[in-house]
Design a protein around this ligand. Sequence first.
Ligand code: GMH
Ligand code: CA
Length: 160
Amino acid sequence: NRYDKFKESSLMKNQVSALQGQLAVLQATLAKYQKVAAFPSGRIVGNRAFVTSGYEGNFDDLRQRCLQAGGQLASPRNAAENAAIQQIVILHNKPVFLGINDIQTEGRFKYLNGETIAYSNWQQGEPNNEKGRENCVEIFVNGRWNDRSCGEKRLIVCEF
Ligand code: GMH
Ligand code: CA
């Protein structure tokens, strides 16, 4: 009846305003953690965060450390993401290994999930697979990419 409908709708209004309050708390908390993630040398692009711990290691070491942390090696899919990683490279003045390689098939660069890359930013003359030994990809201070031996040690940047 009309009384039941009235009760139902006032209950609903209470629930909506409770949710609005909880949403405001969540939004404030998220805004705070976006600052935490960006300091001192992380970058946020859309809903992706690119973060370094300062650790340096070979490709497989870095790959495993990002996985262990619940993320993956930084894998830029557009110019904005590449620029974010580039800024971290500049801050540390050290090149970074990307989550991209052609280990499976020479010359066919893929993300860690096996998809062929959809964006690239090679330095002129790269990838050159020097001495037939370069299956990983580093990004320089200028934001450009170079294929490089996976055994080299580079700065870690994970994406979350
Ligand atoms: C060669 C040359 C250099 C180039 C390096 C680099 C190694 O030594 O072509 O100009 O910078 O290879 O590709 O990864
Ligand atoms: Ca090269």
